[in-house]
Each structure stands twice: as C-alpha cells, then as structure tokens.
Design a protein around this ligand. Sequence first.
Ligand SMILES: Nc1ncnc2c1ncn2[C@@H]1O[C@H](COP(=O)(O)OP(=O)(O)OP(=O)(O)O)[C@@H](O)[C@H]1O
Ligand SMILES: [Mg+2]
Length: 419
Amino acid sequence: MFFSTPQGWFSHTSMDPPSLVVDSETGAWDCVLLDPLSEESFISNLALRYKRDHIYTYIGNVLVSVNPYRPLNIYSAELARAYRTRGPFQLPPHIFAVAGSAYRWLRDRSEDQCIIVSGESGSGKTHAAAMVVYFIASATPGAGPGLESIRTKLRHIGPLLEAFGNAQTLKNDNSSRFGKYLDIEFDYKGDPLGAHITNCRLVLQVGANSDCDPNIFGSELSIDYLKRKGDGSELAFSRVTHQAPGERNFHIFYQLLVGADIQLLKLLKLQRNTENYSFLKCSLHNHLASPFTPATSPHLEDKLCFQRTRKSLESVGFSSEEILDVFKVVSSVLKLGNVVFIPSNNIDGTEGCTVSNDYELYEVCDLLSMDCTILQGAITSRSLFIDDPHEECGSTLIVTELSASEATQSRNSLCRALQ
Ligand SMILES: Nc1ncnc2c1ncn2[C@@H]1O[C@H](COP(=O)(O)OP(=O)(O)OP(=O)(O)O)[C@@H](O)[C@H]1O
Ligand SMILES: [Mg+2]
C-alpha cells in the first residue's frame, strides 16, 4: 500500500486489505441509486460511507472522492490488477476503476482518454492523479527491462515535480502551485511507452522513446489536472521571493539545505541554516499541525524527501552532472535572494545603487558559470534600444541605472525565472 506524507508516497502494509465485494458496501455506492436524490441525501450518504472508510462513491460514471486525511489500505499493485480486468461496476468504487476503465477503452478501442481531476485545494487531486499513474505503472501486463525502466520513471515523476512545484500553504502541506498536464503514451498491446508532462514553463519527457507519436504507436491517456489556482502562474512563481504568513517556499529549497551532505553544501556554496536565506526567512519552518501530517519533525521529513528527490532525478534519467547543475540553479536562487542593494547617487543626480555584498554575486556567477559584470549589469541597470529617425544606422542604446528598490525587483524577477 501507498500513503502520502505532505510531500510524497511511502509504502505501508500493516492494515487489513479492502473488501472487493460491492454488496458489502455501506450506503449507496452509486448516488444515482439514492431515493430521494437531494443535496442532503447525497451529503449524508457520503458521510455514512466516509465513516466506514469508503471514501469513493460514484455518481454514474463520475467518481467522488472524500479525503480521508489518513493512510488507508486501499492501494496496492494486486488491487490495481483486479480493477484492470474487471468492469467499473463489478467492484467497489475506486480511483483504480476510473483508471482501469480509461485503460480498457484506450487499449481495446484505441481511443485517446482524458481523466479530469477537480476539487478545492487539499481535496486530493494530486493524490488521485498519483494513483492513476501508480495504476498504469503496476497493472499494465507487459514485462521486460525496457518496460520496467519506464514504469520506474513513471513512479518517480510525482515526487520530482512536487519537490520543485509544490509548497506548504495554509490549506495543504503539499499544495501544487502549478497546473500539470500529463500524457502517457501506450503501444498497441497496452503497455506504456513514455510520458510527457507539461506545465506553463516546464516540459519533461520520460520514456524509452521520448519522441513517440501516439498515432503511430497506439493511444494516449491524459491525466489532466491543469487548473487555475486563482492566483495565476506568475503569482505562483512569486512564492520564490515572498510567501504569505504561515506558508513556505517551494519544498526543494528546504530539502536541499537540510538534506544535502556537507560536501554538496560546500560545492553549492550554501550554509545549512535556512535562517541565513532571506527568501526562506519569512516562511513558516514548522509544518502546520494538520490531521494528515504524520508526527515527524519537519527537518527529518525534508531530509528524507531530499533523498527521494535525488533518487527521482536519477530514475528519470538525469546524469550526476545534470543533477548537480539543477542544484546549482536552486542554490543560485537562494544566494541571489541575499544580494543587498545600497542606494547611491548617479552623476546626473538620479538614484542608482551598488551591491553591498558582491561576494554573493561572485559566488552565484561561479555557480552559473557566467561573467559577473554581465549579471551585475543585468540586475542594476536597464538597457533600451531607441530608434533614432535622424540616424541612418538605426537605434541608440540607452543604459539607465536602477534605484535600489528597482534593482531588488529586477533580482526577484530573475530568481522567479530561474526557478
Ligand atoms: N485518498 C487519500 N488517502 C490518503 N491521504 C490522502 C488522500 N487524498 C488526499 N490525501 C492527503 O491529503 C493531502 C492533500 O491532498 P492533495 O495534495 O492531493 O490535494 P490537492 O487537491 O492536490 O491540493 P492542491 O490544489 O493544494 O494541490 C495530501 O497530502 C494527502 O496526504
Ligand atoms: Mg495538488
């Protein structure tokens, strides 16, 4: 069985396995059977079932899921295989039934399938999407080293994206701050060939043949949890430089500082203490007390999650050099956040600024392998090409020095772009 901590999935086996008999279900397992069917009867049916740990209920072919806020023994490879071979209404309602149904339509009729997961923050969308991927990775029939490697990659997609794109908010310890669109492609036998994950800034391809075209090889299944967070993607990135009271920055920053060994920290020119980084200072360091958070220390959890993020990067196919490069970029964001600008007067009387701790800039340039004058110029000045109608040769370059607050904004934009 799998259960989630605020930042991922761990196996667990101590509870009784679920019953696979529809008749043993409490209440109405399909709400269309309710009589009378009203909002009140619908909610009380969900509550009745929830008390017996039946968190899934159908409304026709739509599945309603109630977050149990604790691990339940209802996810296993064996169960996934049972749902793959049986029709949706032959077994109790389950996310595996939805995945199994989409899988059979795709395999038997070669029709592309899309699963839409919807709900408020903390309702369990990421969990549901992860269970669909778990289903594909566990219940597809083929065997062989190539297929196993794809399955391993599929299992590691979630934890990897969560490390870089999820953060603790007031509503959810592991809130996804970006919509994601996951396409899994299959061959004609129904085995996964690979996957593409897309969000507004990132495209990740996983598989033996990352150029695979679904029209040639078979069909594809999309797990669509693209969503509007209400705050838009630009604001989601603003979390890098500022967090609301009681919330945290993206998990990866804490994971790296707490989980990296001394040698890696030295290589990345980082110090272990999160208090030393201004982008992490104002955030909440202790996890919120929530019913679904296991009682572990947040530091221990970040440390464990760092091992898993690293393992996921390896499993998905990043080389050791590429992994180090990824961490160098993460480190650069943290260090750039500590760069301080002091107001100064330009010769023409306008306000300019200087960097008070330029050693931070030198170290960032070292990490990013770039020329320091270019970086310093990019964040402390603005360059404009102005078309000159009297000049034949075209445009003139105007360089304006930025004030301390403008330079801070420019630095923050760069950090958000890097993340
Ligand atoms: N079926 C489930 N079994 C056990 N725990 C669950 C289940 N569904 C959700 N949870 C728990 O609830 C928490 C919130 O779920 P999840 O992160 O999936 O919400 P979400 O809908 O993706 O929220 P957000 O929109 O903020 O990203 C998770 O950390 C997970 O531990
Ligand atoms: Mg989520």
